[in-house]
Write a protein that binds this ligand. Structure first.
Ligand code: AMP
Length: 356
């Protein structure tokens, strides 16, 4: 989707991806190699005016070492912080952004199980325990309600650093997407309401229903604090919980975000185009919305395409990824003139999309 947005701007993308063919292969040149391959990284940097990222679980040291002097946007330091939940939480604290109370635990220590028991006592049940690194879509995450669940959780999480968080009784999950230019100009999209199941995003609505000006202003402030602190260039997303009228920081994604896929049809400039504009030093585009957007993820099972396209106003995006349970393989967006019409369209889409 980044490469698609780049094309009309005259920006050509070369993609480093070990999987053949990658989703972008139809419109981008692909270098097929592991993400850490020195020769591939050198080739990528030689071919490119700048390098950007589409997901954060990358080896920052390899890229820094082999990218020569090709500019990296967003900065590698921002990626490094957001790769590690412990550093991310410290950033929230430093910027006075509320975040769930947490304890760090070394899962490889001989008393890791005991530490988890103490965390459960101290922070209260339920406890959300996450691996500090490489977690996504609910992977590397365990919810613990009673002490007898601890031994299984320890095995499932593995001997790595963990973060044990207090469970937030949130009213809903929201996200804010911001784009920042190298000159420090920052724009945000309206807050997005996100529905997850089993840790995987299922549906997004934007602007979030019943959005108060206060909530949007606070989200804008949070995004601005983070992006400025990180000297960020490009799009980033902040995942938030809304609890009793306040916003609580959960996670930062240093990239275009699934909850912003609706911006392709639902905003004047999509998150993808704005990311390309930012990293290429072009002026940022308007983040205003074109209506009330809904996005339903296609997960695990290819839907009947003609049934989906028969819904007037449904925009299907297939990623050309092999279906497997829990894998996001596409999404569908609708943009309507009212929240009610949008929600009716979401119901129609959900009848036709099995999220496996
Ligand atoms: P994460 O990988 O941190 O985005 O977590 C995945 C999902 O787990 C979130 O979207 C929430 O639904 C849930 N979750 C994560 N952390 C907490 C928490 N501290 N309290 C309640 N729910 C949480």
């Amino acid at each position: 989707m980044l490469a698609q947005a780049a094309l009309p701007l005259g920006v050509r993308c070369t993609v480093l991806d070990p999987i053949v063919p990658c989703s972008a292969a139809a419109i981008a040149e692909q270098i097929v190699a592991p993400y850490t391959d020195p020769a591939a990284l050198r080739a990528l940097s030689e071919q490119s005016d700048c390098i950007t990222f589409e997901f954060e679980n990358i080896d920052t040291a390899s890229i820094q070492k082999h990218s020569n002097d090709t500019p990296l946007h967003p900065p590698i330091s921002a990626i490094a912080i957001t790769q590690d939940r412990a550093q991310e939480k410290s950033l929230f604290k430093k910027l006075a952004i509320p975040t769930p109370t947490f304890k760090l635990i070394d899962g490889s220590a001989s008393d890791a199980e005991l530490q988890l028991r103490l965390a459960l006592e101290e922070l209260g049940a339920p406890l959300v325990v996450k691996t500090c690194r490489f977690g996504y879509d609910g992977k590397g995450q365990e919810r613990i309600t009673t002490p007898d669940e601890i031994p299984t959780a320890v095995i499932r999480l593995g001997p790595v650093p963990w973060i044990a968080e207090q469970f937030v009784k949130f009213q809903r999950e929201l996200s804010v997407i911001a784009v920042r230019s190298a000159a420090g100009e920052l724009r945000t999209y309206p807050l997005i309401e996100n529905q997850h199941r089993a840790g995987i995003l299922r549906v997004s609505r934007a602007p979030a229903p019943n959005l108060s000006p206060y909530l949007q202003a606070r989200a804008d402030e949070i995004a601005s604090l983070i992006a400025t602190e990180l000297h960020y260039v490009g799009c980033l997303a902040v995942e938030l919980f809304e609890s009793e009228g306040a916003l609580i920081g959960n996670e930062i994604a240093p990239r275009v975000h699934n909850s912003g896929h609706w911006t392709i049809e639902g905003a004047v400039t999509s998150q993808f185009e704005n990311h390309i504009r930012a990293v290429c030093g072009l002026p940022l585009g308007s983040t205003a919305v074109r209506g009330h957007a809904g996005m339903v993820n296609v997960i695990g099972v290819e839907p009947e395409q003609s049934e989906l396209l028969a819904i007037q106003g449904a925009h299907l995006h297939r990623y050309e990824k092999a279906p497997r349970p829990g894998r996001k393989i596409g999404h569908v967006t609708v943009v309507e003139t009212s929240p009610e019409a949008r929600d009716k369209q979401i119901v129609e889409l959900q009848k036709r999309i099995i999220q496996g």
